[in-house]
Design a protein around this ligand. Structure first.
Ligand SMILES: Cc1cc2nc3c(=O)[nH]c(=O)nc-3n(C[C@H](O)[C@H](O)[C@H](O)COP(=O)(O)OP(=O)(O)OC[C@H]3O[C@@H](n4cnc5c(N)ncnc54)[C@H](O)[C@@H]3O)c2cc1C
Length: 302
């Protein structure tokens, strides 16, 4: 019987493990794909306090060894469900079942990809999903933003402050984000908006050099040169396995505030998979600490 089972070994899950282990709890971390989570896709992190610059892989490796050195059990398996038996929880995976007093769900979220050939190889080599994370790498350069909803507009606005030119590429006939933000972007001299247009391919040397586009209305195929492309067509959590266990919002995020408590006793949540405004490593690791200490308090009061 574990004290705490953590589902997901991204920054949130691994930080939760660290805090729980330092509080002398018996901890199992279950990860289905990549220890370190989505940050392993990033070649360069420059906004994590204490590091001038570190690669996502190096950051993840350090965090994982810190946790294993403290004695965490680790399993490579996919959690497919959790059964709440009251004071104990059964965590069901494709590699068997595990019993625990508490569970911390830290399954993260994924940026939706375009699904265009060549995209995966260019992630971190010109294609990004986060202006807060990577915008500074494109100062005084020309970038594209794919998407027309609020998140895409926020990314475009942020990039327009530092980039020489921002081209918004939207598949619909108009931008669908807040009207005030649309007006503000239309008034910016370094922002260009292309509607009715989809990305069909990429131009590259070693890194991205441009995108191939198709205008659905005119049927025209054309290309534009770009130094970077920010894909902002949505974000999806991975919480379907927990829909019967705890409340999710309309977008599938587990409903919780800064306390990281769910509406189910003994089930805690941390990181990008919960309802929150800012999804970054700092907020994920902060959640991991908060959720672990909340789980420890819960166990100690059982
Ligand atoms: C390319 C890229 C660059 C980024 N750059 C930065 C940056 O510079 N600075 C910054 O602060 N943030 C950056 N981010 C965002 C940052 O990576 C995330 O905010 C952070 O990783 C969230 O941590 P998390 O632990 O909540 O989730 P994740 O990192 O998503 O980890 C969740 C883990 O749970 C696992 N999992 C999911 N479902 C299951 C299941 N059913 N069973 C078992 N395991 C499961 C997943 O495989 C994953 O490993 C970047 C993101 C990307 C994609």
């Amino acid at each position: 019987m574990y004290d705490i089972i953590i589902v997901g070994a991204g920054p949130a899950g691994l930080t939760a493990a660290l805090y729980a282990l330092r509080a002398d709890k018996k901890v199992l971390v279950i990860e289905k794909e990549t220890f370190g989570g989505q940050i392993t896709y990033s070649p360069k992190i420059e906004n994590y306090p204490g590091f001038m610059q570190v690669s996502g892989n190096e950051f993840a490796e350090q965090l994982l060894s810190q946790v294993t050195e403290h004695g965490a059990d680790i399993e490579l398996a996919e959690v497919t469900g959790i059964v709440n038996n009251g004071d104990t929880k059964t965590v069901i995976t494709d590699m068997g079942e595990f019993q625990s007093k508490t569970v911390i769900i830290a399954t993260g979220a994924k940026h939706r990809h375009l699904g265009v050939e060549g995209e995966e190889e260019l992630i971190g080599e010109g294609i990004s999903f986060c202006a807060v994370c990577d915008g500074a790498f494109y100062a005084n350069q020309k970038v594209g933003v794919v998407g027309g909803g609020n998140s895409a507009l926020v990314e475009a606005m942020m990039l327009s402050e530092t980039c020489s030119e921002v081209v918004i590429i939207q598949n619909l006939s108009k931008l669908t984000g807040e009207a005030k933000m649309v007006r503000a972007l239309e008034e910016k001299p370094n922002v260009k908006i292309i509607c009715d247009t989809v990305v069909t391919g990429f131009e590259k040397a070693d890194v991205l050099t441009g995108v191939k586009l198709h205008n659905d209305k005119t049927g025209e195929d054309f290309s534009i040169s770009l130094d970077g492309l920010f894909v902002a067509i949505g974000h999806a959590p991975e919480n379907t396995a927990f829909a019967n266990l705890t409340a999710l919002n309309e977008y599938g995020y587990i409903i919780a505030d800064e306390q990281c408590l769910t509406d189910t006793d003994g089930i805690f949540v941390a990181g990008d998979c919960r309802t929150k405004a800012i999804r970054q490593i700092t907020t994920a690791t902060a959640d991991g600490a908060v959720a672990a200490l909340a789980a420890c308090r819960y166990i100690d009061s059982m």
